[in-house]
Design a protein around this ligand. Structure first.
Ligand SMILES: *[C@@H]1O[C@H](CO)[C@@H](O)[C@H](O)[C@H]1NC(C)=O
Ligand SMILES: *[C@@H]1O[C@H](CO)[C@@H](O)[C@H](O)[C@H]1NC(C)=O
Ligand SMILES: *[C@@H]1O[C@H](CO)[C@@H](O)[C@H](O)[C@H]1NC(C)=O
Length: 208
């Protein structure tokens, strides 16, 4: 079950869309290299926000270690994230409807799950703290993201840019963006639950 009440909800904001927002997949400029004399903090970029990807996610705290793999669809145009995943608790398909959220950021979630000893699907619906945020094109900009340096991530050749935001002023989130403006993963930790979550994407297909 997705019984991990984890934060990260609405990172959406309306976006001013222009035709030239993603000019190219040029290499990162040398001004982004930490400790170089030419360093200059870049402006937070827009990101490609309509995409599908395979993902792996590891979530842990003192009481649990949950590792899952699956396929995700991020679509701000319809306000929906769908995460299909396989883990030690079986198969699950989770739909997060960001058009229906509570004032404190909980998201309408419909969870269909299949346990290995049953052929029936279980369906549950309710509000949750989602570990699968809906990334909008301008969420780094509207959250005043701080550049965190160029880093290496699994499944990516070369470096990707890391960007730090404080979601809801309380949850430190690091988002990784490649030189084609694709989100390639994100990490966060929740101080209340003392829970850490790492998510990495591969096989990313951008439609925006
Ligand atoms: C499947 O296994 C779980 C854990 O052992 C158990 O709680 C559940 O009742 C079982 N479900 C069925 C349909 O046998
Ligand atoms: C909003 O989400 C809640 C919780 O999942 C659900 O009970 C309710 O029916 C949803 N409302 C609409 C209009 O979809
Ligand atoms: C872990 O379990 C203990 C005992 O049930 C509980 O008091 C504590 O709040 C739990 N911690 C987390 C991070 O869930």
């Amino acid at each position: 079950m997705n019984s991990f009440p984890l934060l990260l909800t609405l990172l959406i904001a309306s976006s001013g869309v222009t035709a030239t927002k993603f000019p190219s997949c040029a290499p990162f400029p040398s001004s982004l290299i930490e400790f170089s004399s030419g360093f200059k903090e870049p402006l937070a970029p827009l990101v490609r926000d309509e995409y599908t990807a395979n993902f792996i996610q590891h979530k842990w705290n003192r009481n649990l270690s949950h590792i899952t793999a699956g396929y995700i669809s991020n679509s701000p145009s319809v306000g929906i994230v769908v995460a299909d995943e396989a883990s030690d608790s079986g198969l699950a398909s989770s739909l997060f409807n960001y058009a229906n959220t509570t004032q404190d950021g909980l998201v309408d979630n419909t969870l269909k799950s299949y346990s290995s000893n049953s052929s029936a699907v279980e369906v549950w619906r309710g509000y949750v703290n989602s570990g699968f945020p809906l990334f909008s094109q301008d969420f780094l900009v509207t959250n005043n993201a701080i550049f965190g340096g160029l880093v290496k991530r699994r499944f990516n050749e070369g470096y990707v840019a890391s960007w730090n935001i404080m979601y809801q002023g309380a949850i430190p989130v690091t988002v990784y963006v490649n030189n084609c403006n694709c989100v390639v993963g994100y990490d966060f930790f929740a101080t209340g639950e003392r829970t850490k979550v790492i998510t990495e994407y591969f096989n990313i297909q951008s439609k925006s």
